[in-house]
Design a protein. Sequence first.
Length: 344
Amino acid sequence: MSWLSFHKPFWGIDIGASSVKAVRLEPIRKGMQLLDIGMKNLPMGEDFHPENLSEALAEALDALIHDKKRPKAVVNFSGKTPLIRYLSLPVMPKDELAEAVKWEAKKLVSFPMEEMLLDYFIAAEDQSQDIKRYELVLVVVEKNIVQKQWAMMNKIGLDLLAIDVNPLSLLSAVRFNHPNDLKGNLIYLDIGAAKTDIAILKEGVLRFTRRLEMGGEQITRRLETELNVSYDQAERMKCEKGMAAEEAIQTFLKEEIDRFIVEVQRSVDYYRAQFRETVFSKIILMGGGALLPGFADYFSGYFDSDVMLDDPFIAISGAESLSDVKMISPRFSTGIGLALRGNC
Ligand SMILES: Nc1ncnc2c1ncn2[C@@H]1O[C@H](COP(=O)(O)OP(=O)(O)OP(=O)(O)O)[C@@H](O)[C@H]1O
Ligand SMILES: [Mg+2]
């Protein structure tokens, strides 16, 4: 699918396990305007070998992006789970801070630092004590994986501006689209095909992230095996009626979703205990897994907070008439976040 096509600023390109989503935004006087958007499925299943990823990606991007020049883009990190750590340090000049962070990172990360890439940002300034402190978020990823991804993106023809990690690109999207929901504790979940990212904010500041190796693909695989149908048939069975499907299908869906909910509850319980927090204002569901018919209602039965499906276009002009996009809008939350990182 490719719905709009103009030329201009950076692309946010979300390379997911099941599909590539590409978004281009332009800053306007009153916020952001959508310039281009599209999605292309990636091959999945037994026939697909990871060594063919570069070719599949090139094909997808060719269909989505029509720029003749090398398109400038921010993409998401596609390696293993990035390490995200939290740190509090006294306020100090920025160059000293960089050194102090490196020093502290060595204590927090169990891998040799020379093999890792470290990035950090100041999430908040704590003014409540005598000595003001920075609340920092550190991101650590394997250097060679970033280098490989960077080289692959260049080979495919992108002019890469940055590689971003998922919970942080989603943080940009949440802050931009949901400024009124940032009071108190807010949870957002990106339920993809192969993984789910859970993140919790307090007053808009990232405090917790966890990745579950669970997503929509696992549900499809379960139906495929149990009902002895093809992957595509199982996918259709899942997406058509979801929780309202016939009993034989529903039982397997519920079993998979219940296992998923237990894992989410574990994370929330950990956060509750760690930070002595009790109230969560909202849970925002993102990613295609959240689109399973009836899922949001079923899921909300297990949590006290309001549960909503994300609309990542809510504060962005230009998507109003795109009904195809609107129907699957939570799948674009990451792409929007990446495009925002490139254009802010
Ligand atoms: N209407 C629907 N009902 C049920 N599941 C759906 C629906 N639409 C999409 N999905 C599921 O959502 C998943 C794809 O979502 P998404 O595009 O967010 O994942 P991804 O970004 O490719 O994967 P990941 O984030 O894990 O790398 C697939 O597992 C798909 O089966
Ligand atoms: Mg995804």
